[in-house]
Design a binder for this molecule. Structure first.
Ligand code: KG4
Ligand code: ZN
Length: 390
């Protein structure tokens, strides 16, 4: 009889503002996934406050891990945890410490190995996750999707990687300043739309786009109406490129400045005045047409830059697929644009289920099945690595 090997890994993630734990079987099948989001705690400050994040992780970590283990036990009463995996970087140091210490304690008490995992790498594994009892969206073995172009796009990162196989990665492009998510969040703050900005910008831009109707004429009309914001293309030869090619990198600082100038000059146009034309946006409310136009223009500049660099990268390498992960990969316009680009360039696009796009423990547990940055005594002695690179 052939013995089927089963490996259940408990994954713990506390690198930013989500306290998360999950149990994943054999690197893909999610048996439990618990995420406690701290967004309401940070909202008044317009961004994540490390000290608040750290305290909230301390308060929540036990409950979140217990819940993940209980849900796993409810599915598989005879199942056991074979290893513990944890994010040790990159991220906020006081936040990472909470998860790493909890994971060390749990691994020691269970008498199982501890694995330290890179958060960005884990985001790139999310399209392979599927819920227990469901069929996976990426049907084949993980290895068959490589070599792949990886795009990790979140609040802290915007990086393009050439992924030869699992664990063999090379950075080929990146942002020279703000990450795409950060650019969304900063614009949202400036326009008084609240935190986190990405989902609000996405919803407003979508409502603006839809206000033009459908069909090619509507698309042309919408495109023509947009404010010509800078397209995020760095100049060749600037020192921040650090040896990377400018046509595979983005820079969003000029875009941010252009938005600030616009607001300083035309701020009154963005207000919702009595009798003025407005657009109703789900989960946001009523916004002036001009505000919606500016938000859509800003998003389009980011999507245009990311799409353009992705197409260039796809043309430059021999890739079987395009894998995207991270919170910004939820952006509906970006997903649509990358889907079109992948189809035109003849590669398969792999995206995660929405619930696995933001930070979660499942991606940490899943990647640990394939790859561990640190294991054994080295992991038990590890310190956090806030600036860890892939
Ligand atoms: O991956 P993630 O949860 O945390 C980090 O590792 O950063 O990403 C959070 C980021 C935030 O900047 C948030 O505004 C952005 O993802 N985001 C979006 C959308 N949903 C979340 N950005 C654009 N469009 C969205 N729909
Ligand atoms: Zn993340």
């Amino acid at each position: 009889m052939v013995e089927v090997l089963v490996m259940n890994i408990l994954g713990i993630e506390t690198s930013c503002d989500e306290t998360a734990a999950a149990v994943v079987r054999n690197g893909r099948e999610v048996l439990s996934n618990v995420v406690f989001t701290q967004i309401p705690l940070h909202r008044p400050y317009g961004g994540v406050v490390p000290e608040i994040a750290s305290r909230a992780h301390v308060e929540k970590i036990t409950e979140v891990v217990r819940e993940a283990l209980d849900r796993f036990a409810a599915l598989d009463s005879a199942g056991r945890i074979d290893a513990v995996a944890v994010t040790y970087g990159p991220g906020l140091s006081p936040a990472l410490i909470v998860g790493l210490n909890a994971a060390k304690g749990i691994a020691l008490s269970l008498g199982v190995p501890l694995y330290c995992i890179n958060h960005i790498e884990a985001h790139l594994h999310t399209p392979f996750l599927y819920d227990s009892g469901e069929a996976p969206a990426a049907e084949r073995d993980v290895e068959s999707y490589f070599p792949a172009l990886g795009l990790a796009i979140s609040g802290g990162h915007t990086n393009w990687f050439s992924l030869a196989e699992i664990g063999e990665y090379e950075t080929i492009g990146q942002t020279l300043d703000d990450a795409a998510g950060e650019a969304f969040d900063k614009a949202s703050k400036l326009l008084g739309l609240g935190y986190p900005g990405g989902p609000k910008v996405d919803a407003i831009a979508k409502a603006y786009y839809e206000s033009f109707g459908s069909g090619p004429d509507a698309h042309r009309g919408w495109k023509a109406s947009l404010e010509p914001f800078p397209k995020g293309q760095p100049r060749e030869g600037v020192s921040q490129l650090a040896g990377l090619s400018a046509d595979l990198c983005v820079s969003f600082s000029g875009l941010k400045t252009a938005l600030l100038r616009y607001v300083q000059k035309h701020g009154e146009l963005l207000e919702t005045a009595e009798g003025e034309a407005c657009i109703e946006v789900p989960n946001v409310g009523s916004v002036s047409v001009e505000l919606a136009r500016i938000v859509a223009s800003y998003q389009e500049a980011i999507v245009g830059a990311v799409g353009d660099r992705t197409r260039t990268a796809l043309r430059r390498g021999a890739f079987r697929s395009l894998i995207i992960g991270g919170g910004v990969s939820l952006n509906s316009r970006l997903r649509g644009a990358l889907k079109k680009i992948a189809a035109e360039e003849g590669v398969e696009l792999l995206t995660a289920k929405p619930k696995y796009c933001g930070d979660n423990g499942a991606m940490i547990a899943a990647l640990a099945y394939y790859r561990q940055n640190l294991a054994g005594d080295e992991a038990l002695a590890a310190d956090v690595r806030p600036s860890l690179e892939v």
